[in-house]
Design a protein around this ligand. Structure first.
Ligand code: XMP
Length: 319
């Protein structure tokens, strides 16, 4: 639409004005916001932009490949793919406390990002996909006492630490406007409509200890669950849907044998902004069919439960 076309042109002009001929670094998460910011900035300044994608080993099935092929191969944007799975998973060994998980991941993320960014010569700017609601939230958060429910994963404080200036071309936009801008920039529709995915990734969907084995099982279960949701045409009605692997094994029976495998929980919510949410009322048929598919297709899971907690009192993520 013409308003977004005008917004894009103006944003491009402002980026060129701010950046001049300096270099810009942009952290990609695979999410819509950082992707739209990156493509917009690339339109403005071309190869003066380098993206850094940190793979912490906590992504969903196929996600790292999708990000790399879209940015490097499709858009031709210079991209550093920092495969740091071993580092993150080793540091997370034995960690079960949710806040410790978040802080460990946040700290490593900053270290890794910084060490890659330091190698980009002449970098003076750091691009971020900050949206208007993030701007408002950080202003009100600093305005008075509040309770921290979960420490959020972001790169706050990083620009000062690295002596970089911020480029935030989405600062005036709401989520739906970012999606419209993404369409204007030609990002593929399935990408634009993607559910949000948290920075700490699958770590907070794996209560208790995180192991490679559990992550592999979780990835498979999550992929089958989302495939079911897409097949039934429900993806766009849902704010977020994902599987959680529970730190418990239960007894089951398959064929004429006994099984002793992990249980998983499925989560799906509707929401406008993630601040409050209702559990999604799947039909019993959908739930039954999905459970059957997960148990038969995913080795390591023999029981499936559905989370019927709304927010509040639950949070969307389990940790
Ligand atoms: P909760 O679990 O607090 O989640 O109800 C609300 C929304 O925020 C997402 N979320 C995060 N996003 N970094 C993010 O970028 C984080 O650390 C993080 N924690 C939760 C969550 O997926 C939901 O959309």
């Amino acid at each position: 639409d013409w308003t977004m076309a005008a917004y894009r042109d103006e944003a491009i002009r402002l980026i060129r004005e701010q950046v001049g001929d300096a270099k810009v670094i942009c952290g990609l998460s695979g999410g819509v916001d950082s992707s739209v910011a990156a493509v917009l900035i690339h339109e403005a300044i071309g190869d003066q932009l380098t993206c850094v994608f940190v793979d912490h080993g906590l992504l969903r099935e196929g996600e790292a490949d999708q990000v790399v092929s879209m940015f490097r191969d499709h858009y031709n944007i210079p991209l550093i793919h920092a495969d740091e799975q071993d580092l993150f998973l080793t540091e997370l060994e034995g960690v079960t406390d949710p806040e410790t998980k978040r802080k460990t991941i946040g700290r490593l993320f900053i270290d890794v990002f910084q060490s890659h960014a330091n190698r980009i010569e002449g970098a003076r700017f750091l691009a971020q996909g900050t949206l208007y609601p993030d701007v408002i939230e950080s202003v009100s958060a600093s305005g008075g006492p509040s309770v921290t429910i979960k420490s959020h994963h972001n790169v706050g404080g990083l620009p000062e630490k690295m002596g970089l200036e911020l480029v935030e071309p989405l600062r005036e936009l709401f989520k739906d406007e970012v999606r419209a801008l993404g369409r204007e920039l030609g990002l593929p529709e399935p990408f634009i409509g993607r559910h949000p995915f948290p920075g700490p990734g699958l770590a907070i969907r794996c209560p208790g200890e995180i192991t490679r084995e559990k992550l592999a099982i979780l990835r498979r279960a999550d992929a089958v669950y989302l495939d079911q949701i897409r097949r039934h045409g429900l993806y766009d009605e849902i704010w977020q849907a994902f599987a959680v692997i529970l730190p418990v094994r239960t007894v089951g029976v398959m064929g004429d044998g006994r099984t002793y495998d992990y249980a998983c929980a499925l989560r799906a919510v509707t929401s406008v902004d993630g601040m409050t949410a209702d559990f999604y009322p799947f039909s019993a048929e959908f739930l039954g069919e999905t459970a059957t598919r997960i148990i038969s297709e995913v080795q390591g899971i023999n029981r499936v439960t559905y989370d019927v907690t709304s927010k509040p009192p639950g949070t969307i993520e389990w940790e």
